[in-house]
Ligand binder design. Structure first.
Ligand code: GLC
Length: 566
C-alpha cells in the first residue's frame, strides 16, 4: 500500500465552503471556431447553443466564451467597439440570452470575457477622443500624450507593443496637423483606457451590471494585470512579454504590468458581484504575473475568485518541475484562501498535444509554422493525455480549451496568406502567432468543414488530419481521447477530487510524480511516470483510469498517468 511510502501534505481538503467555482471544470469556447450555425465559416452563438448538450455529456461545469462583442475583429474580438452588444458575426443579444438560458437549463454556468485594458479604436469613446482634441475630457478616457522632440515626432516613451513594434501611435488632429500620441500595449487598433479616470471605472461597473443582469455567472478578465500604469509612464528599456509573465533577472518591474493600484479596481468589482448574492458570480484574472506570491494577490478574499495559473501551463515535462509547480501553486493559493486553477491550453498558446511533442527543455514557441521543427504528434498526444489526467486529478478549478478533449494538435503548417493574428502581421512574420490553435473544430469526419457548420467554409483552413480527430470518430470508441475525458470528468466528480486534500508521496523514482488526493475521504493515487522505465503500482492499488495502456497488470509505462483507488 501507499502506507509504505512517506508523504507530505501540500494542501488541506476543502471544508465547509465548497462553492462551485472552487472546484469547477470550465470549458473555453472560442466562438469563431467551435460551431458555425449559419454556414458563413465563422462560429456563432446559435451554433454554440445547439451543441451545448455535448458539453453537458462531456461533464464540465461551466463554459467560458471568448469575446463575442461588437468589434472590427482586429484581434479576433479582443478589440471591442460596443461592450453591450453582440457582433453580427456571432449573432444578437437575443441569441446570447438564448445561449445562457439553454446552458442554465442543462446545469452549465456561463462566463463571458471582459476586455477592460483597451477598447477598439472604433469604439465611440475613442472616435470622440480623436475628434475632441488635446486636453479634452474625451481624450482623458485614453492615454494620450504629446510626443518628445522639438516637433513632438518621437513617441512619449519607449514602450513596445506586445504584438511587436511601437506601443504608441501618433494621431492627426482635426485641423490636419500631426498631433498627440496614444498608447496601445497591443495592436494599433486597441487603444489603452486611462484607468486613473473615474469615468472609465464607472463605465466598467455599469458593463458588469449589464451582463450580470442578463444572468451570466462571471467574467474572465482580459489582461487583468495591465489596467493601471505606473505614474509618469517611465521608460522601460525592454521588450514586452505579456504572454509569459517573465521579467528578466535583475530587470526592473515593468511599469505597465502588475501595478499595486490595479487591485482597487477588483475590490470594487467584487462588491458589484457580491451584491448579486448567491450562487456566487465570479471573476477570473488573466494575469501573467510572477512570482506566484504576486499573482495570488489578485485572488485575495475581497478581489477576484480565480486567476489562471500559467506556471502550470509553462512547466516543462519533467517530474521535478511538475511537482514543484503543483506544490508552489497550491501553497500560494492557500496563503490567500483561494483555489488554485490549472490549465494546459487556450487560444493564445500552442495546444498541449503539440507543445508536449516538442523536445523537453526548449522555450515555449509562440505558434509553429511549416518552416519550424514539427512536433511529434504521437508523443505529443501521449503526453497530453497524461498531463490532462494529472491536471484533472488536482484540487481546485481546471480549464479545458475546446478541442483538447479530442487530442487535437495545432495546425502547424498554415500558410502565411491565411494568418490573421496581429502578432504575425506586426512582427512581419517573425512571431508565427496564435492562429494554429484557433482552427475550427472537427465534429464529423465525412462532412464539409468536418461538420463545423453546414457549409464547407471555415475562416481558417482545417488541416486534412483533423478528420481523424473528429467527434464522430471518437464518440463511443473505447480508449479515444474524448471517452477518456468523459470518464475522467465523471470520476473527478464522483470522488470529489476538485475539493480533496493533496499529499505528495515520496520514495518512488525521481522521475515519477505521485500524489494522493483525499476527496470525499477516499484515497485516489495520481501517478505520472515521466521516466523511461515502467513503474509498478503499489500492491493493492485498484486502477480507476489510465491515460494509456499499462504494461501487464500493474506497470505504468513512460508518459502515462494512472488514477488508482488505494
Ligand atoms: C489576452 C487575450 C489575447 C488578446 C490580448 C489582448 O492576452 O487572451 O487573445 O490578444 O489579451 O486583448
Amino acid at each position: 500500500m501507499t502506507d509504505t511510502l512517506s508523504s507530505q501534505l501540500i494542501h488541506p481538503a476543502a471544508t465547509e465552503d465548497a462553492t462551485w467555482w472552487r472546484h469547477a471544470v470550465i470549458y473555453q469556447i472560442y466562438p469563431r471556431s467551435w460551431a458555425d450555425g449559419d454556414g458563413d465559416g465563422v462560429g456563432d452563438l446559435p451554433g454554440v447553443t445547439q451543441r451545448l448538450p455535448y458539453l453537458q455529456a462531456l461533464g464540465v461545469d461551466a463554459v467560458w466564451l471568448s469575446p463575442f462583442y461588437r468589434s472590427p475583429q482586429a484581434d479576433a474580438g479582443y478589440d471591442v467597439a460596443d461592450y453591450r452588444d453582440i457582433d453580427p458575426l456571432f449573432g444578437t443579444l437575443e441569441d446570447a440570452d438564448a445561449l445562457v438560458a439553454k446552458a442554465h437549463e442543462l446545469g452549465l454556468k456561463v462566463i463571458v470575457d471582459l476586455v477592460p485594458n483597451h477598447s477598439s479604436d472604433e469604439h465611440p469613446w475613442f472616435q470622440a477622443a480623436l475628434a475632441a482634441g488635446p486636453g479634452s475630457r474625451e481624450r482623458n478616457r485614453y492615454i494620450f500624450r504629446d510626443g518628445r522632440g522639438p516637433d513632438g515626432s518621437e513617441p512619449p516613451n519607449d514602450w513596445h507593443s506586445v504584438f511587436g513594434g511601437q506601443g504608441w501611435t501618433r494621431v492627426t488632429e482635426a485641423d490636419g496637423t500631426p498631433g498627440q500620441w496614444y498608447l496601445h500595449l497591443f495592436d494599433v487598433k486597441q487603444p489603452d483606457f486611462n484607468w486613473d479616470n473615474a469615468e472609465v471605472r464607472e463605465e466598467f461597473e455599469a458593463i458588469l451590471r449589464f451582463w450580470l443582469d442578463r444572468g451570466i455567472d462571471g467574467f474572465r478578465v482580459d489582461v487583468a494585470h495591465g489596467l493601471v500604469k505606473e505614474a509618469g509612464l517611465p521608460n522601460y528599456d525592454a521588450e514586452l512579454h505579456i504572454l509569459d509573465g517573465e521579467v528578466r533577472p535583475g530587470a526592473p518591474m515593468p511599469p505597465m504590468w502588475d501595478q499595486d493600484g490595479v487591485h482597487e479596481v477588483y475590490r470594487s468589482w467584487r462588491k458589484v458581484l457580491d451584491s448579486y448574492g448567491k450562487p456566487d458570480r465570479i471573476l477570473c484574472a488573466e494575469a501573467w504575473v510572477r512570482p506566484q506570491e504576486r499573482a495570488v494577490r489578485y485572488v485575495r478574499p475581497d478581489e477576484m475568485h480565480q486567476a489562471f495559473n500559467f506556471d502550470f501551463l509553462q512547466a516543462q515535462w519533467r517530474a521535478e518541475d511538475l511537482r514543484e509547480v503543483i506544490d508552489s501553486s497550491l501553497k500560494a493559493a492557500d496563503s490567500v484562501g483561494a483555489p488554485s486553477t490549472w490549465v494546459l491550453s487556450n487560444h493564445d498558446v500552442v495546444r498541449h498535444a503539440s507543445r508536449l511533442g516538442l523536445p523537453v527543455g526548449q522555450r515555449r514557441p509562440n505558434g509553429i509554422s511549416a518552416q519550424d521543427p514539427q512536433p511529434d504528434r504521437e508523443l505529443g498526444l501521449r503526453r497530453a493525455r497524461a498531463a490532462t489526467l494529472l491536471m484533472l486529478g488536482l484540487p481546485g478549478s481546471a480549464y479545458i480549451y475546446q478541442g483538447e478533449e479530442l487530442g487535437l494538435p495545432d495546425s502547424t503548417d498554415l500558410e502565411a496568406q491565411y494568418r490573421q493574428d496581429p502578432t504575425f502581421l506586426r512582427s512581419n512574420g517573425e512571431e508565427v502567432g496564435r492562429d494554429g490553435c484557433r482552427v475550427p473544430i472537427p465534429w464529423k469526419k465525412d462532412a464539409p468543414s468536418f461538420g463545423f457548420g453546414p457549409s464547407g467554409q471555415t475562416w481558417l483552413p482545417q488541416p486534412p488530419i483533423y478528420g481523424e480527430y473528429a467527434v464522430d470518430q471518437q464518440d463511443g470508441v473505447d480508449g479515444s481521447t474524448l471517452e477518456l475525458y468523459r470518464q475522467v470528468l465523471r470520476l473527478r466528480r464522483e470522488r470529489a477530487l476538485g475539493s480533496g486534500g493533496l499529499q505528495l508521496l515520496e520514495g518512488l523514482p525521481d522521475d515519477v510524480v505521485a500524489l494522493l488526493n483525499t476527496g470525499r475521504g477516499e484515497r485516489t493515487l495520481l501517478l505520472t511516470n515521466l521516466g523511461e522505465e515502467p513503474v509498478r503500482l503499489p500492491p493493492g492499488a485498484e486502477v480507476l483510469v489510465a491515460s494509456g495502456p499499462l504494461t501487464g497488470e500493474d506497470e505504468v509505462p513512460t508518459d502515462t498517468t494512472v488514477w488508482a483507488a488505494v
